[in-house]
Design a binder for this molecule. Structure first.
Ligand SMILES: [Zn+2]
Ligand SMILES: [Zn+2]
Ligand SMILES: [Zn+2]
Length: 163
């Protein structure tokens, strides 16, 4: 499958066609789950759709509030289980410094290192897929006999739209 990350800007411009981002990401999730014989259950899909409402990260309780606005209020454990599944599949990433989750709109291997660029002004989070960074981290880890489980790098700064 072609990598979509080349087409997807790190920080989507304000006013971009976000419906397109969201529907592409859902289609990708469906195809990926079908290929891996995993189930995108209604709850997993609802969590992914709620995260895909924007590119801004959401905390678990913000997610519960979003889902509760449209139906029964899910229990935290239900949300965490759905998030665990989506993270294992590489469809959602956790931003540790924010204790929040963001939908991945890129197409990369689940265990690939991910670089997040986090804007201190508007809170936007960009996922910078970089094969060069990924290769460096992989070889540095291998040389140390180390197996990274959540290779996520978080970099704070100011995005181009806020500069
Ligand atoms: Zn978008
Ligand atoms: Zn990603
Ligand atoms: Zn910004």
């Amino acid at each position: 499958m072609a990598r979509k990350s080349n087409l997807q800007p790190v920080f989507p411009a304000p006013g971009h066609d976000h419906g397109r981002c969201a529907s592409d990401a859902i289609a990708h999730a469906e195809a990926l789950c079908a290929k891996r014989a995993e189930r995108l259950t209604p709850m997993r899909r609802r969590v992914l759709e709620a995260l895909l409402e924007s590119h801004a990260p959401l905390g678990a309780y913000e997610l519960i509030d979003r889902l509760a606005a449209r139906g029964a209020r899910p229990a935290p454990i239900t949300i965490y289980r759905a998030l665990d599944f989506l993270r294992e599949q590489g469809l959602v990433h956790r931003i540790e410094s924010r204790n929040a989750f963001v939908a991945c709109v890129h197409n990369h291997e689940s265990g690939d290192p991910v670089v997040f660029l986090i804007c201190e002004k508007c809170g936007a989070v960009g996922e910078a897929g970089s094969a060069a960074v990924a290769d460096t981290i992989k070889s540095a880890s291998r040389a140390a006999g180390f197996t990274p489980t959540t290779p996520v790098i978080e970099i704070y700064g100011v995005c181009a739209h806020c500069k």
